[in-house]
Write a protein that binds this ligand. Structure first.
Ligand SMILES: *[C@@H]1O[C@H](CO)[C@@H](O)[C@H](O)[C@H]1NC(C)=O
Ligand SMILES: *[C@@H]1O[C@H](CO)[C@@H](O)[C@H](O)[C@H]1NC(C)=O
Ligand SMILES: *[C@@H]1O[C@H](CO)[C@@H](O)[C@H](O)[C@H]1NC(C)=O
Ligand SMILES: *[C@@H]1O[C@H](CO)[C@@H](O)[C@H](O)[C@H]1NC(C)=O
Ligand SMILES: *[C@@H]1O[C@H](CO)[C@@H](O)[C@H](O)[C@H]1NC(C)=O
Length: 520
Protein backbone atom coordinates (compact mmCIF):
# COMPACT_ATOMS: atom_id res chain seq x y z
CA UNK A 1 0.00 0.00 0.00
CA UNK A 2 1.31 3.38 -0.93
CA UNK A 3 0.67 6.22 1.52
CA UNK A 4 -0.78 9.31 -0.11
CA UNK A 5 1.74 12.07 -0.77
CA UNK A 6 -0.36 14.49 1.26
CA UNK A 7 -0.36 12.23 4.33
CA UNK A 8 3.37 11.72 3.93
CA UNK A 9 4.10 15.42 3.74
CA UNK A 10 1.93 16.10 6.78
CA UNK A 11 3.75 13.41 8.71
CA UNK A 12 7.12 14.79 7.67
CA UNK A 13 6.09 18.27 8.67
CA UNK A 14 4.99 17.05 12.08
CA UNK A 15 8.15 15.02 12.51
CA UNK A 16 10.40 17.88 11.59
CA UNK A 17 8.58 20.28 13.89
CA UNK A 18 8.91 17.74 16.67
CA UNK A 19 12.58 17.18 15.97
CA UNK A 20 13.15 20.88 15.92
CA UNK A 21 11.79 21.25 19.43
CA UNK A 22 13.58 18.18 20.66
CA UNK A 23 16.98 18.78 19.21
CA UNK A 24 17.22 22.51 19.66
CA UNK A 25 19.19 22.04 22.82
CA UNK A 26 21.93 19.97 21.21
CA UNK A 27 24.78 22.10 20.12
CA UNK A 28 25.73 20.79 16.73
CA UNK A 29 29.36 21.42 16.63
CA UNK A 30 30.79 22.25 19.97
CA UNK A 31 28.90 20.07 22.30
CA UNK A 32 29.72 16.55 21.35
CA UNK A 33 29.70 14.23 24.25
CA UNK A 34 33.31 13.62 25.12
CA UNK A 35 34.16 9.96 24.94
CA UNK A 36 37.12 8.24 26.47
CA UNK A 37 40.03 8.87 24.18
CA UNK A 38 43.65 8.09 23.92
CA UNK A 39 45.62 11.06 25.06
CA UNK A 40 48.69 11.59 22.96
CA UNK A 41 51.95 12.32 24.71
CA UNK A 42 53.11 15.88 25.05
CA UNK A 43 55.68 16.83 22.52
CA UNK A 44 57.06 20.27 23.06
CA UNK A 45 54.49 23.04 23.11
CA UNK A 46 52.01 20.86 21.50
CA UNK A 47 48.79 19.20 22.41
CA UNK A 48 47.53 16.12 20.68
CA UNK A 49 44.08 16.67 19.26
CA UNK A 50 41.82 13.69 19.05
CA UNK A 51 39.04 13.61 16.51
CA UNK A 52 36.02 11.39 16.68
CA UNK A 53 32.44 11.12 15.59
CA UNK A 54 29.90 10.13 18.13
CA UNK A 55 27.66 7.26 17.25
CA UNK A 56 24.03 8.16 16.91
CA UNK A 57 24.48 11.92 17.10
CA UNK A 58 24.95 12.74 13.50
CA UNK A 59 26.27 16.24 13.25
CA UNK A 60 28.63 15.88 16.08
CA UNK A 61 32.24 15.59 15.16
CA UNK A 62 34.56 16.99 17.71
CA UNK A 63 38.21 17.57 18.25
CA UNK A 64 39.38 17.53 21.81
CA UNK A 65 42.60 17.89 23.72
CA UNK A 66 43.56 17.34 27.32
CA UNK A 67 44.33 20.07 29.82
CA UNK A 68 45.06 19.84 33.53
CA UNK A 69 43.34 22.20 35.96
CA UNK A 70 44.28 22.12 39.64
CA UNK A 71 45.94 18.76 38.96
CA UNK A 72 42.85 17.12 37.40
CA UNK A 73 42.65 16.16 33.74
CA UNK A 74 39.87 17.55 31.57
CA UNK A 75 39.20 16.63 27.95
CA UNK A 76 38.20 19.86 26.25
CA UNK A 77 36.95 20.67 22.79
CA UNK A 78 39.08 23.15 20.91
CA UNK A 79 37.19 26.17 19.64
CA UNK A 80 38.76 29.01 17.69
CA UNK A 81 35.29 30.56 17.51
CA UNK A 82 35.04 31.46 21.22
CA UNK A 83 37.37 32.78 23.88
CA UNK A 84 36.64 31.23 27.26
CA UNK A 85 37.69 28.07 29.06
CA UNK A 86 35.03 26.09 30.85
CA UNK A 87 35.08 22.67 32.44
CA UNK A 88 32.40 20.50 34.01
CA UNK A 89 32.94 18.92 37.41
CA UNK A 90 34.95 19.71 40.50
CA UNK A 91 38.36 21.28 40.06
CA UNK A 92 40.78 20.60 42.92
CA UNK A 93 42.78 23.46 44.45
CA UNK A 94 40.58 26.18 42.96
CA UNK A 95 39.93 29.73 44.14
CA UNK A 96 36.51 31.30 43.76
CA UNK A 97 36.40 34.80 42.29
CA UNK A 98 32.85 35.30 43.54
CA UNK A 99 31.71 36.07 39.98
CA UNK A 100 29.54 34.10 37.60
CA UNK A 101 29.06 34.27 33.86
CA UNK A 102 27.43 32.65 30.88
CA UNK A 103 28.69 31.92 27.38
CA UNK A 104 26.18 31.68 24.55
CA UNK A 105 27.22 29.38 21.71
CA UNK A 106 25.58 28.82 18.38
CA UNK A 107 23.12 26.28 19.67
CA UNK A 108 23.24 26.45 23.45
CA UNK A 109 24.96 28.04 26.42
CA UNK A 110 26.95 27.21 29.53
CA UNK A 111 27.10 29.10 32.78
CA UNK A 112 28.71 28.86 36.17
CA UNK A 113 31.04 30.37 38.73
CA UNK A 114 34.32 31.84 37.65
CA UNK A 115 37.14 30.07 39.47
CA UNK A 116 40.90 30.12 39.08
CA UNK A 117 43.34 27.23 39.26
CA UNK A 118 46.71 26.22 37.91
CA UNK A 119 46.42 25.18 34.24
CA UNK A 120 48.66 22.99 32.13
CA UNK A 121 48.03 23.20 28.41
CA UNK A 122 50.17 22.44 25.36
CA UNK A 123 53.32 22.30 27.46
CA UNK A 124 52.71 25.59 29.27
CA UNK A 125 51.73 26.19 32.88
CA UNK A 126 49.58 29.15 33.89
CA UNK A 127 48.98 29.89 37.56
CA UNK A 128 45.56 31.19 38.49
CA UNK A 129 43.94 30.67 35.11
CA UNK A 130 40.35 31.93 35.24
CA UNK A 131 37.68 29.57 33.90
CA UNK A 132 33.98 28.84 34.17
CA UNK A 133 33.03 25.88 36.31
CA UNK A 134 29.93 24.17 34.91
CA UNK A 135 27.79 21.64 36.76
CA UNK A 136 28.17 18.22 35.17
CA UNK A 137 25.20 17.02 33.13
CA UNK A 138 24.50 14.28 30.63
CA UNK A 139 25.52 16.65 27.91
CA UNK A 140 28.61 17.92 29.71
CA UNK A 141 29.84 15.10 31.93
CA UNK A 142 32.41 15.50 34.66
CA UNK A 143 35.84 15.90 33.07
CA UNK A 144 34.63 17.53 29.84
CA UNK A 145 34.91 21.13 28.75
CA UNK A 146 35.93 23.55 26.05
CA UNK A 147 38.90 25.79 25.46
CA UNK A 148 38.23 28.97 23.51
CA UNK A 149 41.12 30.00 21.27
CA UNK A 150 39.48 33.10 19.79
CA UNK A 151 40.41 36.77 20.26
CA UNK A 152 40.14 37.93 23.87
CA UNK A 153 37.58 40.63 23.02
CA UNK A 154 34.99 37.86 22.98
CA UNK A 155 35.77 36.67 26.51
CA UNK A 156 32.91 36.70 29.00
CA UNK A 157 35.21 35.81 31.87
CA UNK A 158 37.44 38.80 31.19
CA UNK A 159 34.34 40.97 30.99
CA UNK A 160 33.02 39.66 34.28
CA UNK A 161 36.33 40.09 36.13
CA UNK A 162 36.98 43.38 34.33
CA UNK A 163 40.75 42.93 34.52
CA UNK A 164 43.61 40.99 32.99
CA UNK A 165 43.07 38.40 35.74
CA UNK A 166 40.21 37.20 33.54
CA UNK A 167 42.30 36.86 30.39
CA UNK A 168 41.79 33.78 28.20
CA UNK A 169 44.40 31.02 28.27
CA UNK A 170 46.41 32.14 25.24
CA UNK A 171 46.66 35.73 26.44
CA UNK A 172 47.95 34.43 29.76
CA UNK A 173 50.54 32.26 28.01
CA UNK A 174 51.70 35.04 25.68
CA UNK A 175 51.84 37.62 28.48
CA UNK A 176 53.67 35.62 31.09
CA UNK A 177 56.65 35.15 28.79
CA UNK A 178 56.78 37.78 26.11
CA UNK A 179 59.41 35.75 24.27
CA UNK A 180 56.77 33.16 23.43
CA UNK A 181 55.79 33.83 19.82
CA UNK A 182 52.12 34.76 19.89
CA UNK A 183 50.67 32.30 17.46
CA UNK A 184 48.87 28.98 17.48
CA UNK A 185 48.70 26.31 14.79
CA UNK A 186 46.08 23.67 14.22
CA UNK A 187 46.06 20.47 12.23
CA UNK A 188 42.86 18.45 12.19
CA UNK A 189 42.88 14.87 11.02
CA UNK A 190 40.23 13.22 8.93
CA UNK A 191 38.12 10.47 10.39
CA UNK A 192 37.84 7.49 8.01
CA UNK A 193 40.65 8.69 5.80
CA UNK A 194 42.47 5.55 4.67
CA UNK A 195 45.81 7.33 4.22
CA UNK A 196 45.95 9.93 6.99
CA UNK A 197 45.55 9.73 10.77
CA UNK A 198 42.28 10.89 12.35
CA UNK A 199 43.94 12.87 15.09
CA UNK A 200 45.47 16.28 14.96
CA UNK A 201 47.73 18.71 16.68
CA UNK A 202 47.52 22.05 18.33
CA UNK A 203 50.68 24.02 19.00
CA UNK A 204 51.33 27.29 20.79
CA UNK A 205 54.31 29.31 19.59
CA UNK A 206 55.79 26.46 17.59
CA UNK A 207 55.45 24.98 14.10
CA UNK A 208 54.86 21.27 13.70
CA UNK A 209 57.88 19.50 12.25
CA UNK A 210 57.34 18.90 8.53
CA UNK A 211 54.94 21.83 8.13
CA UNK A 212 57.46 24.68 8.18
CA UNK A 213 56.27 25.82 4.75
CA UNK A 214 53.21 27.30 6.39
CA UNK A 215 55.21 30.43 7.21
CA UNK A 216 55.93 31.03 3.51
CA UNK A 217 52.25 31.01 2.58
CA UNK A 218 50.51 34.35 1.89
CA UNK A 219 49.81 36.33 5.05
CA UNK A 220 46.07 36.85 5.22
CA UNK A 221 45.28 39.89 7.38
CA UNK A 222 42.60 39.29 9.99
CA UNK A 223 39.73 41.70 9.23
CA UNK A 224 39.53 43.76 12.37
CA UNK A 225 36.07 44.93 13.41
CA UNK A 226 35.36 48.41 14.71
CA UNK A 227 35.90 48.71 18.46
CA UNK A 228 32.17 49.01 19.12
CA UNK A 229 31.78 45.56 17.56
CA UNK A 230 34.86 43.96 19.11
CA UNK A 231 32.77 41.35 20.91
CA UNK A 232 32.00 39.82 17.50
CA UNK A 233 35.64 39.66 16.47
CA UNK A 234 36.71 36.29 15.13
CA UNK A 235 39.68 34.92 13.24
CA UNK A 236 38.30 36.14 9.94
CA UNK A 237 39.99 36.70 6.60
CA UNK A 238 38.99 37.62 3.06
CA UNK A 239 38.56 35.00 0.37
CA UNK A 240 39.86 35.88 -3.11
CA UNK A 241 37.35 37.50 -5.47
CA UNK A 242 37.59 34.37 -7.65
CA UNK A 243 38.02 32.21 -4.58
CA UNK A 244 35.26 29.62 -4.99
CA UNK A 245 35.90 26.96 -7.61
CA UNK A 246 32.96 24.65 -8.16
CA UNK A 247 32.85 20.95 -9.11
CA UNK A 248 33.16 21.74 -12.84
CA UNK A 249 36.20 23.95 -12.25
CA UNK A 250 33.87 26.93 -12.57
CA UNK A 251 34.25 30.35 -10.93
CA UNK A 252 31.19 30.31 -8.69
CA UNK A 253 31.45 33.91 -7.46
CA UNK A 254 31.29 35.34 -10.98
CA UNK A 255 28.92 32.80 -12.39
CA UNK A 256 26.33 33.27 -9.65
CA UNK A 257 27.11 36.90 -8.96
CA UNK A 258 27.84 36.21 -5.28
CA UNK A 259 28.43 39.34 -3.22
CA UNK A 260 29.54 39.90 0.34
CA UNK A 261 27.00 40.86 2.98
CA UNK A 262 29.71 42.69 4.93
CA UNK A 263 29.24 46.38 4.24
CA UNK A 264 32.78 47.43 5.08
CA UNK A 265 34.40 45.19 2.44
CA UNK A 266 35.69 47.32 -0.43
CA UNK A 267 35.60 44.60 -3.11
CA UNK A 268 32.13 43.13 -2.85
CA UNK A 269 33.27 39.91 -4.57
CA UNK A 270 35.47 39.13 -1.58
CA UNK A 271 33.67 37.10 1.03
CA UNK A 272 34.66 37.27 4.69
CA UNK A 273 35.44 33.86 6.16
CA UNK A 274 35.59 33.02 9.87
CA UNK A 275 37.92 30.13 10.73
CA UNK A 276 36.12 28.23 13.46
CA UNK A 277 37.11 24.77 14.71
CA UNK A 278 33.83 24.70 16.62
CA UNK A 279 31.66 24.19 13.54
CA UNK A 280 31.40 20.75 11.99
CA UNK A 281 29.74 22.03 8.85
CA UNK A 282 31.15 25.07 7.09
CA UNK A 283 28.47 27.71 6.57
CA UNK A 284 28.27 29.30 3.13
CA UNK A 285 25.84 31.52 1.20
CA UNK A 286 23.03 29.37 -0.26
CA UNK A 287 24.12 30.07 -3.85
CA UNK A 288 27.51 28.53 -3.16
CA UNK A 289 26.05 25.38 -1.59
CA UNK A 290 23.71 25.14 -4.57
CA UNK A 291 26.62 25.49 -7.01
CA UNK A 292 28.44 22.68 -5.23
CA UNK A 293 25.61 20.20 -4.82
CA UNK A 294 22.48 20.89 -6.84
CA UNK A 295 23.81 19.19 -10.00
CA UNK A 296 24.90 16.03 -8.21
CA UNK A 297 22.64 13.20 -9.39
CA UNK A 298 20.19 12.41 -6.59
CA UNK A 299 20.83 15.61 -4.62
CA UNK A 300 18.03 17.33 -2.73
CA UNK A 301 17.87 20.34 -0.45
CA UNK A 302 16.18 19.32 2.81
CA UNK A 303 15.55 20.84 6.17
CA UNK A 304 17.00 18.65 8.91
CA UNK A 305 16.44 19.48 12.53
CA UNK A 306 19.43 17.36 13.52
CA UNK A 307 21.65 19.65 11.44
CA UNK A 308 19.88 22.85 12.50
CA UNK A 309 18.46 23.74 9.14
CA UNK A 310 18.81 23.28 5.44
CA UNK A 311 21.41 21.01 4.00
CA UNK A 312 21.97 19.25 0.67
CA UNK A 313 21.43 15.52 0.94
CA UNK A 314 23.54 13.67 -1.61
CA UNK A 315 24.38 10.07 -2.47
CA UNK A 316 27.48 8.95 -0.55
CA UNK A 317 29.33 7.67 -3.61
CA UNK A 318 29.39 10.95 -5.54
CA UNK A 319 32.79 12.60 -5.56
CA UNK A 320 32.61 16.41 -5.44
CA UNK A 321 35.78 18.42 -6.05
CA UNK A 322 35.77 22.02 -4.91
CA UNK A 323 38.57 24.45 -4.17
CA UNK A 324 38.89 27.77 -2.33
CA UNK A 325 41.46 30.47 -2.96
CA UNK A 326 43.11 32.73 -0.39
CA UNK A 327 45.93 35.09 -1.32
CA UNK A 328 46.10 33.58 -4.80
CA UNK A 329 46.75 30.08 -3.42
CA UNK A 330 44.39 27.21 -4.08
CA UNK A 331 43.09 25.09 -1.22
CA UNK A 332 41.39 22.00 -2.63
CA UNK A 333 38.88 20.27 -0.38
CA UNK A 334 39.17 16.53 0.05
CA UNK A 335 36.13 14.83 -1.49
CA UNK A 336 35.59 13.00 1.84
CA UNK A 337 35.00 16.49 3.29
CA UNK A 338 32.75 17.95 0.60
CA UNK A 339 30.47 14.92 0.77
CA UNK A 340 30.20 13.93 4.44
CA UNK A 341 29.09 10.57 5.74
CA UNK A 342 27.61 11.23 9.16
CA UNK A 343 25.80 7.90 9.19
CA UNK A 344 22.51 9.69 8.64
CA UNK A 345 19.36 8.42 7.07
CA UNK A 346 16.97 10.29 4.85
CA UNK A 347 13.26 10.58 5.58
CA UNK A 348 12.72 7.15 4.05
CA UNK A 349 15.24 5.57 6.39
CA UNK A 350 17.86 5.15 3.68
CA UNK A 351 21.51 5.89 4.39
CA UNK A 352 22.41 9.28 2.96
CA UNK A 353 25.35 11.63 2.97
CA UNK A 354 25.27 15.39 3.19
CA UNK A 355 26.96 18.30 1.54
CA UNK A 356 29.30 19.59 4.24
CA UNK A 357 29.05 23.16 2.99
CA UNK A 358 25.73 24.12 4.48
CA UNK A 359 23.61 27.03 3.23
CA UNK A 360 23.46 29.99 5.60
CA UNK A 361 21.74 33.26 4.87
CA UNK A 362 23.52 36.45 5.82
CA UNK A 363 21.94 38.69 8.42
CA UNK A 364 21.64 42.45 8.47
CA UNK A 365 24.80 43.99 9.79
CA UNK A 366 26.71 40.77 9.06
CA UNK A 367 30.40 40.80 9.96
CA UNK A 368 31.12 37.66 7.93
CA UNK A 369 29.74 35.64 5.01
CA UNK A 370 30.98 32.17 5.77
CA UNK A 371 32.17 30.08 8.68
CA UNK A 372 34.85 27.61 7.71
CA UNK A 373 34.55 24.84 10.24
CA UNK A 374 36.14 21.45 10.50
CA UNK A 375 35.30 20.16 7.01
CA UNK A 376 37.38 23.01 5.59
CA UNK A 377 40.03 23.09 8.32
CA UNK A 378 40.89 19.42 7.78
CA UNK A 379 42.40 20.56 4.47
CA UNK A 380 44.86 23.09 5.80
CA UNK A 381 47.53 23.43 8.41
CA UNK A 382 46.29 26.62 10.02
CA UNK A 383 48.57 29.24 11.54
CA UNK A 384 46.97 32.11 13.48
CA UNK A 385 49.20 34.97 14.56
CA UNK A 386 47.53 36.99 17.30
CA UNK A 387 49.50 40.18 16.59
CA UNK A 388 48.19 42.83 18.94
CA UNK A 389 45.21 40.72 19.86
CA UNK A 390 46.86 39.94 23.16
CA UNK A 391 45.68 41.74 26.24
CA UNK A 392 48.08 44.47 27.30
CA UNK A 393 49.94 44.67 23.99
CA UNK A 394 50.46 48.14 22.57
CA UNK A 395 47.93 48.41 19.79
CA UNK A 396 48.87 48.95 16.16
CA UNK A 397 52.36 47.55 16.36
CA UNK A 398 51.52 44.25 14.70
CA UNK A 399 48.34 43.23 12.96
CA UNK A 400 46.97 39.71 13.44
CA UNK A 401 47.12 37.41 10.42
CA UNK A 402 46.52 33.87 9.26
CA UNK A 403 48.58 31.55 7.05
CA UNK A 404 47.19 28.40 5.53
CA UNK A 405 49.19 25.48 4.15
CA UNK A 406 47.22 23.09 1.97
CA UNK A 407 47.33 19.54 3.25
CA UNK A 408 45.10 18.20 0.47
CA UNK A 409 47.77 18.75 -2.15
CA UNK A 410 47.69 15.36 -3.83
CA UNK A 411 44.51 15.10 -5.88
CA UNK A 412 45.25 11.56 -7.02
CA UNK A 413 45.54 10.40 -3.42
CA UNK A 414 42.39 12.28 -2.42
CA UNK A 415 40.53 10.68 -5.32
CA UNK A 416 41.73 7.20 -4.47
CA UNK A 417 40.86 7.74 -0.75
CA UNK A 418 37.36 8.61 -1.81
CA UNK A 419 36.96 5.63 -4.11
CA UNK A 420 38.30 3.28 -1.41
CA UNK A 421 35.85 4.53 1.20
CA UNK A 422 32.78 5.35 -0.87
CA UNK A 423 33.15 3.49 -4.15
CA UNK A 424 33.36 4.78 -7.67
CA UNK A 425 30.27 6.37 -9.16
CA UNK A 426 31.47 8.78 -11.84
CA UNK A 427 29.36 11.75 -12.88
CA UNK A 428 30.03 14.78 -14.99
CA UNK A 429 29.87 18.06 -13.09
CA UNK A 430 28.41 21.02 -14.98
CA UNK A 431 28.65 24.71 -14.37
CA UNK A 432 25.58 26.68 -13.31
CA UNK A 433 22.56 26.44 -15.54
CA UNK A 434 21.18 29.44 -17.37
CA UNK A 435 18.29 29.54 -14.90
CA UNK A 436 20.65 29.66 -11.92
CA UNK A 437 22.68 32.42 -13.51
CA UNK A 438 19.62 34.44 -14.36
CA UNK A 439 18.21 33.96 -10.88
CA UNK A 440 21.44 35.20 -9.33
CA UNK A 441 21.03 38.35 -11.36
CA UNK A 442 17.38 38.72 -10.54
CA UNK A 443 17.69 42.13 -8.88
CA UNK A 444 19.42 43.45 -12.00
CA UNK A 445 16.89 41.76 -14.24
CA UNK A 446 14.03 43.19 -12.22
CA UNK A 447 15.60 46.62 -12.49
CA UNK A 448 16.11 46.29 -16.21
CA UNK A 449 12.64 44.82 -16.66
CA UNK A 450 11.16 47.70 -14.71
CA UNK A 451 13.03 50.15 -16.90
CA UNK A 452 12.02 48.26 -20.03
CA UNK A 453 8.47 48.11 -18.68
CA UNK A 454 8.43 51.86 -18.18
CA UNK A 455 9.69 52.40 -21.71
CA UNK A 456 7.06 50.01 -22.97
CA UNK A 457 4.38 51.77 -20.94
CA UNK A 458 5.31 55.07 -22.47
CA UNK A 459 5.46 53.47 -25.90
CA UNK A 460 2.09 51.86 -25.35
CA UNK A 461 0.66 55.06 -24.00
CA UNK A 462 1.95 56.82 -27.06
CA UNK A 463 0.50 54.14 -29.33
CA UNK A 464 -2.87 54.40 -27.64
CA UNK A 465 -2.79 58.10 -27.76
CA UNK A 466 -1.81 58.29 -31.38
CA UNK A 467 -3.54 55.24 -32.72
CA UNK A 468 -7.02 54.48 -31.44
CA UNK A 469 -7.07 51.49 -33.76
CA UNK A 470 -4.91 49.38 -31.37
CA UNK A 471 -7.29 47.05 -29.65
CA UNK A 472 -7.17 46.02 -26.04
CA UNK A 473 -6.02 42.49 -26.72
CA UNK A 474 -2.95 43.57 -28.57
CA UNK A 475 -2.06 46.02 -25.85
CA UNK A 476 -2.40 43.42 -23.20
CA UNK A 477 0.17 41.37 -25.01
CA UNK A 478 2.79 43.90 -24.05
CA UNK A 479 2.21 43.14 -20.40
CA UNK A 480 2.36 39.36 -20.53
CA UNK A 481 4.63 38.28 -17.69
CA UNK A 482 8.10 37.94 -19.03
CA UNK A 483 10.09 34.73 -18.99
CA UNK A 484 11.81 35.79 -15.74
CA UNK A 485 8.71 35.34 -13.68
CA UNK A 486 9.18 31.62 -13.27
CA UNK A 487 12.70 32.18 -12.01
CA UNK A 488 11.38 33.29 -8.65
CA UNK A 489 11.21 29.60 -7.76
CA UNK A 490 10.95 28.81 -4.05
CA UNK A 491 11.35 31.81 -1.80
CA UNK A 492 14.81 32.02 -0.27
CA UNK A 493 14.93 29.94 2.90
CA UNK A 494 14.68 31.72 6.21
CA UNK A 495 17.98 32.52 7.86
CA UNK A 496 19.06 29.80 10.20
CA UNK A 497 20.04 32.12 12.93
CA UNK A 498 21.45 29.38 15.07
CA UNK A 499 24.52 29.42 12.90
CA UNK A 500 25.00 33.10 13.27
CA UNK A 501 25.17 33.32 16.99
CA UNK A 502 28.37 33.36 18.95
CA UNK A 503 29.99 34.77 21.97
CA UNK A 504 29.71 38.12 23.62
CA UNK A 505 27.85 40.64 21.60
CA UNK A 506 26.37 37.86 19.50
CA UNK A 507 22.71 38.42 19.10
CA UNK A 508 20.78 35.77 21.07
CA UNK A 509 19.36 33.20 18.69
CA UNK A 510 15.89 34.31 17.66
CA UNK A 511 13.39 31.51 17.55
CA UNK A 512 13.16 29.69 14.25
CA UNK A 513 11.14 31.98 12.13
CA UNK A 514 9.90 29.30 9.82
CA UNK A 515 9.85 25.82 11.30
CA UNK A 516 7.44 24.68 8.58
CA UNK A 517 9.97 25.20 5.87
CA UNK A 518 10.49 21.46 5.50
CA UNK A 519 11.28 20.69 1.90
CA UNK A 520 11.59 16.97 1.73
C1 LIG B 1 36.36 6.90 18.29
O1 LIG B 1 35.26 6.33 18.98
C2 LIG B 1 35.15 4.94 18.82
C3 LIG B 1 33.86 4.50 19.52
O2 LIG B 1 33.62 5.25 20.67
C4 LIG B 1 36.40 4.26 19.40
O3 LIG B 1 36.33 2.87 19.23
C5 LIG B 1 37.63 4.81 18.67
O4 LIG B 1 38.81 4.29 19.24
C6 LIG B 1 37.66 6.32 18.77
N1 LIG B 1 38.75 6.82 17.95
C7 LIG B 1 39.54 7.78 18.36
C8 LIG B 1 40.57 8.20 17.39
O5 LIG B 1 39.44 8.28 19.46
C1 LIG C 1 25.36 4.00 12.01
O1 LIG C 1 24.06 4.02 12.58
C2 LIG C 1 23.56 2.74 12.89
C3 LIG C 1 22.15 2.90 13.42
O2 LIG C 1 21.54 4.04 12.98
C4 LIG C 1 24.45 2.08 13.93
O3 LIG C 1 23.99 0.79 14.19
C5 LIG C 1 25.88 2.01 13.40
O4 LIG C 1 26.74 1.51 14.39
C6 LIG C 1 26.35 3.39 12.99
N1 LIG C 1 27.67 3.26 12.37
C7 LIG C 1 28.67 4.11 12.61
C8 LIG C 1 29.93 3.85 11.89
O5 LIG C 1 28.58 5.06 13.36
C1 LIG D 1 60.29 32.22 27.56
O1 LIG D 1 60.17 31.79 26.20
C2 LIG D 1 61.41 31.57 25.57
C3 LIG D 1 61.13 31.28 24.10
O2 LIG D 1 60.12 30.32 23.95
C4 LIG D 1 62.13 30.44 26.28
O3 LIG D 1 63.39 30.21 25.68
C5 LIG D 1 62.31 30.78 27.75
O4 LIG D 1 62.88 29.69 28.44
C6 LIG D 1 60.99 31.15 28.37
N1 LIG D 1 61.20 31.63 29.73
C7 LIG D 1 60.55 31.13 30.78
C8 LIG D 1 60.84 31.77 32.09
O5 LIG D 1 59.75 30.21 30.67
C1 LIG E 1 51.22 18.70 1.28
O1 LIG E 1 50.46 18.07 2.31
C2 LIG E 1 51.24 17.37 3.25
C3 LIG E 1 50.30 16.70 4.25
O2 LIG E 1 49.22 16.09 3.62
C4 LIG E 1 52.20 18.31 3.96
O3 LIG E 1 53.02 17.58 4.82
C5 LIG E 1 53.03 19.06 2.95
O4 LIG E 1 53.79 20.03 3.63
C6 LIG E 1 52.17 19.73 1.90
N1 LIG E 1 53.05 20.30 0.89
C7 LIG E 1 52.77 21.44 0.25
C8 LIG E 1 53.77 21.89 -0.76
O5 LIG E 1 51.76 22.09 0.44
C1 LIG F 1 37.79 14.82 -8.85
O1 LIG F 1 39.19 15.04 -8.97
C2 LIG F 1 39.93 13.85 -9.18
C3 LIG F 1 41.41 14.20 -9.12
O2 LIG F 1 41.71 15.24 -10.00
C4 LIG F 1 39.53 13.25 -10.52
O3 LIG F 1 40.24 12.05 -10.73
C5 LIG F 1 38.04 12.95 -10.48
O4 LIG F 1 37.61 12.49 -11.73
C6 LIG F 1 37.26 14.20 -10.13
N1 LIG F 1 35.86 13.79 -9.97
C7 LIG F 1 34.83 14.52 -10.38
C8 LIG F 1 33.49 13.93 -10.21
O5 LIG F 1 34.97 15.63 -10.84
Amino acid sequence: MKPSPLALSLLLLLCSAYELLEVNAVRLSLHGRPRPKHARGWLGRRAGVVGNTSVGDAGDIDYTTDVTLGGKKFTVQIDTGSSDLWVAGTVPNNKDTGKETKVQYAVDAVEGSILTASLEFAGYTVDDQAFINVSPSTENPDGSGLIGLGPNTGSQVRDALASSAGDPVLDRIFRQNTSTPNYITILLGRIRDPTDPPNGDLTVGEILPGYEQVTSQPKLPVSVLASNNAGNQHWQVLLDSDGVIGPAGNNVIDELNVKTAVDSTSNDKQLTVVLDTGYSLPQVPPAIAEAFYSKVPGASLVNRADLNGEVWQIPCDKEINVTFKFGGVKYPIHPLDTNLDLNLTDSWGKHTCIGAFQPMNPQDGATYDMIFGMAFLRNTYTYINFGDFVDGSASSTAAPYVQLLSTTNNSAEAHSDFVKVRGDSPWTPEAASLAQRLRSRLPLIIGLSAAAGAVLLIAVGACCFFSARKNKRQRMAFFRPGPYQQLHEPAPPEAHDLHLVGQQGYQPPPAYSNPWDARY
